[in-house]
Design a protein around this ligand. Structure first.
Ligand SMILES: [Zn+2]
Length: 355
């Protein structure tokens, strides 16, 4: 195992290979590190170092798009036996509904330079949902400094692929690989507990750990936030005023669903290099409907959190109802063989030092 320095947002980047000497303390004027920040990362040396990445500094060449998917509930199985009108309606319409895949909010001020020619690529046709045409932003959103926390190789060993084809990617790259988060840095997750049931934080912590293990990507629960949760898919991927100079952490929270019968919604936000068509995700969100009956049952809530976070890390729905990534929850409580194959695949992508 080798150890790498993982500087927090806003700290100067030391020379490659630098490690803090014994007793070293950061200068007092450096910004405080996020709580639970892991400063030293152990890297599995058995993982081969990636080929040197080609630097891509022209940010106009990147486009951002957000996708969102929802998990609906089968009313009869989980909403109880009551037959009030709302539940009856759920029983006849359990499928997920259309969600706009809104990209980043365009900057409010006029661009200081001519807007580069960009195009937002629509997500691929998913199995059981229809995505609206994304709205093209006036210009690419502001990006954080490139490669915050990025290391020269993946942090955790690749998860062995079990060979199942019973999974689907949210976005498939032109080379056929599944888009995902860089496995070469930590990705923070924050949770807004407003509207959450008791015990939700521990549930989220366990779910993040499960997804980390299944993907081999270092997702880390950083703590709580007061950033409002929303299922609208309009979240800004870079919020330096709140989170410092890094991509905004993945946000998990409780907010009313925008899709009928959806117990939860979630999806990634990614950046696509227009030259290569390669997409890397940089953040995402999960919104759990606080009024959903699933929210009162920890077993169901955990399953929905797993499903939605799997959307965030890059999995789409599959028709097989036994998989946790089926669009309808029917008491699947854990990731199944196809889900696990997909999670291993989205976690086996390349580093993203330019993002
Ligand atoms: Zn879903």
């Amino acid at each position: 195992m080798a150890v790498y320095w993982n500087g927090p947002p806003g700290w100067p980047t030391p020379p490659t290979g630098w490690l803090p000497p014994a007793g070293w303390r950061p200068p007092a004027h450096w910004p405080a590190a996020p709580s639970d920040w892991v400063f030293l990362i152990e890297v599995d040396d058995s993982v081969p170092a990636p080929a040197p990445a080609r630097r891509q500094s022209h940010r106009g060449a990147w486009v951002m798009a957000a996708t969102v998917a929802v998990l609906a509930l089968v009313a009869g199985a989980l909403v109880g036996r009551g037959l009030d009108p709302r539940q009856s309606a759920e029983a006849v319409a359990p499928q997920a509904t259309v969600q706009p895949a809104a990209p980043m909010t365009p900057a409010a001020t006029a661009p200081a330079e001519p807007a580069p020619a960009i195009s937002v690529q629509a997500p691929p046709s998913p199995n059981l949902e229809v995505f609206a045409e994304p709205v093209e932003p006036a210009r690419p959103p502001d990006f954080p400094p490139p490669g915050v926390g990025e290391q020269p190789r993946r942090l955790l060993a690749k998860v062995p692929f079990n060979g199942s084809s019973d999974w689907a990617a949210m976005t498939t790259n032109p080379d056929g690989s599944a888009a995902g988060f860089s496995p070469c840095r930590q990705w923070q997750v924050v949770v807004n507990l407003a509207g959450a049931p008791a015990g939700a934080y521990d549930l989220v912590a366990g779910v993040v750990a499960t997804v980390r293990q299944a993907t081999g990507v270092a997702f880390v629960l950083e703590g709580t936030t007061d950033e409002p949760a929303s299922a609208e898919a309009t979240r800004r991927a870079y919020q330096p005023e709140r989170y410092g100079e890094r991509w905004a952490p993945i946000l998990i929270g409780w907010a009313p669903s925008t899709a009928e019968n959806a117990a939860g919604q979630g999806g990634p936000q990614g950046v696509t290099e227009s030259e290569t068509g390669l997409t890397h995700y940089v953040t995402g969100f999960v919104a759990i409907d606080p009024d959903g009956s699933s929210n009162s049952d920890p077993v169901t809530l955990r399953a929905i959190l797993l499903h939605e976070l799997a959307h965030v890390v890059g999995l789409n729905h599959v028709p097989d109802p036994t998989q946790l990534m089926a669009p309808v929850y029917q008491d699947q409580r854990e990731f199944q063989r196809g889900d696990l194959a997909g999670l291993a695949a989205v976690g086996s992508g390349s580093c993203s030092p330019d993002l």
